[in-house]
Design a protein around this ligand. Sequence first.
Ligand code: ADP
Length: 258
Amino acid sequence: PSQAEQASQGKSGIPGVKHIIAIASGKGGVGKSTVASNLATALAKSGAKVGLCDCDLYGPSISLMFGTNDRPLATEDNKIIPLQAHGVKLMSMGFLLEDASPVIVRGPLATRYTQQFLQQVEWGELDYLILDLPPGTGDIQLTIVQTTALTGSIIVTTPQEVALIDARKAISMFSKVNVDILGLIENMAWFECDHGVKYPIFGDGGGADEAAKMKVPLLGQIPIEIATRQQGDSGAPVALSPESESKASAAFAAIAKD
Ligand code: ADP
């Protein structure tokens, strides 16, 4: 939908931000945050101005994945200044929490926090703002897709049927609220051993088949890689690695180029 159509549906953009892209998954644990942080990093590496907003109030993970835990400062007019790491502007509930204390908020408040997150952060000029949505199709996700003028959404799934069932639900939620599906990313597509043999641990080609069935583009397939997990845990997304050293890094670079 065009900007004008989106405005007529009550959806607003963020001043200075060209494209807002939501990264969603039906199910938790499929690698949505890993994909969001690596895509943001790959886009920044290619020269784009990029922000990443962790909208997962209940399980924020971007601070871990970018190795940042500072408290963001505010501007004089009370806007939050995002942190920055690996060339990406970052905002996450994780930055506002004491230690690892859980966020205990109910639906309406959670929804308000999320809106505040998006509208009260001083993002500045960005080519892309990547939103790491919470898994599933609950209140927070709905609020975001109904009030934000998104360029589109990307759905992350593993090839496994339980993940695909939920990915289908996410696709149908976005379709119902008129958000374009930019495509599907199949994560944990296979594991390749040192001898070059590929093992389809979570099933073979489930994401690719699903994309064809749902008539959405398959943007890429990310292998299971030790470096992807390790670098995510150590605050340096694998997309920072040379493409020759990591198949995942190469896959993220290719998706970012598109
Ligand atoms: P989600 O955001 O969907 O809950 P995460 O991105 O937090 O999932 O990923 C779950 C776990 O799986 C993390 O520990 C992450 O490091 C790991 N992981 C995700 N994708 C891959 C991959 N392609 N290869 C190896 N580990 C991965």
